[in-house]
Design a binder for this molecule. Structure first.
Ligand code: 1ZZ
Length: 591
């Protein structure tokens, strides 16, 4: 019978620091017995890949890339399914001196065309020379590879059948490790180039931040094409010899409770998810036998990747208390691909700590986060609950700055800027995008807004236009361009943005300037827009058909999504189907 890898190595001492490269880390981990275990959507063990077997397979594969025409430094795109095959390719690239580029799976995209366009954008941006995926994805990969530099499209098995004609390469800390494409739109993908030094530094800091130790066991359903899944639940475990139990993201989507089943049965101690993962489990648990799970070993239930919603987490904690879940296990964290992954962790064993502030003029206009407790007359004041995400990890610095780049005092909202040993040196072959985020002296503007309280980061929103739905990054441009292609809609007619509703949960709004007054034509357009966004991005959105000239452009001709959003929020932009009060209607028509 298939046996999962053990919780800890018998004789190999736990080692977190001192690895100059990922290969150094795998070489060390392979001297023990721990490794990766892959579970089905029903939570049954399907494959085991110990770090020893992973190293052996990667070393076997590495010299064969040469026969596929690949040379040192070439980019190898590979669809990042949660399978042993993906991991073998990723690590084989490290031994061969190639740069893997994890590609997303289709699940996040509405239709095939949108997926092909997405893949093609990444292949072009990375200048990939090979594209690897499972048999059933080859036709899609072939299509995406047309008019790119890709010379080899195939499966891992096809690679394994090639002659081992190449040499192994010993990488240095400054050499690339992989390219992360979780940020950026279809037409302008932005690949974060992660070096060997960056990955080893971030994994070391994470280990310190969460007090990783021998006996820890990670459980993950997070996709391996996203930094939280790849760095947090794959590369950091390898660099710390920690075993991981995987459920594929598709399996989690079908049966969210398999996450908790596997964690419970394997004695998982560490697992991370955006808030929505916890929310989904609490919802699905209704009616199921919660006490059948044993979550008492779960010492660190990490949250991050999107605005943290404390109510939903409270619901999870209440639901699973009967399974031994301790709400003090919740650890809020903040990070981004541009920093490789993690930047802050809230103190361990504290649980979710809220900063309740007054949401009036002070916050909205003066950008001051005044504690609600300081307000005497609570009756007339609206409050807002934000989650404290902790201090930067050892070796990292975080400052809140104003638009002139001056450091702001505590409790003042501004741009979140960071510095540390794992910041990217830049987006791959994209100087303009790189210059836009690198501030000076090695500081990076994260594009997030927030304030500090007792040195802890509180994230309040974003200056960047990114939309995050259930932890998934969506670029508004992708939605806008798709809508602009609908008949009757012109370029510049659309602004897409996210609005936050109950407890900071995001929803997508598309404001579309509409030129017809015929109500039937308006309804047709509305349903075309819904269908288009489903097809290209798999998202539901709120469509607002606005009169022409509702949208604002900057002096350089760029659409201002922030202006569209605030006009919509204030009621200055209303749907043509709604009877707008005269004043608002006038404003909306730009008069
Ligand atoms: P990405 C052992 N965001 O999402 C496992 N955190 O990167 C360790 N918004 O580049 C795992 N509140 O896709 C450690 N707390 O998006 C995991 O996401 C640490 O807008 C969390 O700019 C890492 C998340 C990585 C991630 C980055 C954007 C950010 C921000 C948003 C991330 C957030 C948060 C609010 C938070």
């Amino acid at each position: 019978m298939l046996q999962p890898t053990p919780k800890a190595n018998l004789s190999l001492p736990f080692k977190s620091a001192g690895f100059a490269t990922l290969v150094d880390g795998l070489d060390y981990a392979a001297r023990g017995e721990t490794g990766f275990n892959f579970f089905s959507a029903r939570g049954e063990l399907e494959f085991v890949l110990s770090y020893q077997d992973l190293r052996r397979a990667a070393l076997d594969l590495a010299p064969r890339f040469r026969s596929a025409g690949l040379e040192r430094g070439d980019r190898v795109a590979v669809i990042a399914e949660t399978t042993p095959a993906f991991l073998k390719v990723f690590f084989a690239c490290q031994y061969a001196g190639l740069v893997p580029v994890p590609l997303p799976l289709c699940i996040n995209f509405g239709g095939k065309d949108a997926y092909v366009a997405r893949l093609q954008g990444m292949l072009l941006s990375a200048g990939a020379r090979a594209a690897i995926g499972a048999t059933e994805l080859l036709a899609t990969l072939e299509e995406a590879a047309i008019e790119t530099d890709v010379r080899f499209v195939g499966t891992v098995e096809a690679l394994e059948a090639l002659e081992p004609t190449g040499q192994l390469v010993h990488l240095r800390p400054e050499d690339p490790c992989y390219i992360q494409y979780s940020s950026g739109s279809t037409s302008f993908p932005r690949g974060v180039l992660v070096t060997q030094a960056a990955i080893t530094a971030n994994a070391r800091a994470i280990a310190g931040g969460i007090e990783l130790r021998s006996g820890d066991r990670c459980t993950s359903w997070l996709p391996l094409y996203h930094d939280m899944g790849l760095v947090g639940c794959c590369l950091t475990p390898v660099l710390n010899q920690i075993p991981v139990d995987y459920i594929a993201t598709t399996g989690f989507a079908r049966r969210p409770l398999s996450w908790l089943k596997v964690l419970s049965e394997m004695g998982g101690t560490i697992s991370f998810s955006p808030t929505f993962g916890y929310e989904l489990c609490a919802r699905r648990a209704a009616g199921s036998a919660v006490a059948d799970y044993d979550l008492s070993q779960w010492r660190l239930a990490g949250i991050g990747g999107e605005m943290i919603r404390p109510k939903a987490l409270g619901e999870f904690a209440r639901t699973f208390a009967a399974a031994g879940f301790d709400k003090r296990a919740f650890v809020a964290s903040y990070g981004l691909a541009e920093a490789t992954l993690a930047v802050t962790f809230a103190p361990l064993h504290r649980g979710v700590e809220i900063d309740l502030i007054e949401q009036g003029d002070a916050f909205e206009r003066l950008r001051l986060a005044i504690p609600a407790s300081a307000v005497v007359d609570r009756g007339t004041h609206r409050t807002r609950a934000f989650v404290k995400c902790g201090r930067p990890m050892a070796g990292y610095a975080l400052e809140i700055r104003d638009d002139a780049n001056r450091r702001l005092p505590e409790r003042t909202v501004g741009r979140v800027c960071i510095k540390g040993p794992s910041l990217m040196t830049g987006y791959f072959r994209n100087v303009e995008a790189t210059n836009a985020v690198m501030v000076e002296d090695g500081w990076l503007d994260t594009g997030d807004m927030g304030y500090l309280v007792d040195g802890e980061l509180v994230v309040t929103g974003r200056t960047k236009d990114l939309i995050i739905l259930n932890g998934r990054n969506i670029w508004p441009q992708d939605l806008e361009w798709a809508i602009e292609r609908i008949e009757g809609v012109r370029v510049g007619d659309v602004a897409a943005f996210s609005m936050t509703g109950d407890e900071d949960k995001e929803r997508v709004v598309a404001v579309v300037q509409c030129r017809t007054s015929d109500s039937e034509a308006q309804e047709r357009l509305r349903s075309d827009i819904h269908a288009t966004l489903q097809r290209v991005a798999g998202v539901d959105c709120e469509v607002v058909l606005a009169p022409p000239r509702s949208l604002t452009f900057t002096t350089s001709g760029k659409l201002s999504r922030a202006a569209a959003k605030s006009k919509y929020a204030s009621g200055a932009i209303r749907d043509v189907g709604e009877a707008a009060p005269a004043a608002a209607a006038n404003q909306a028509w730009g008069q």
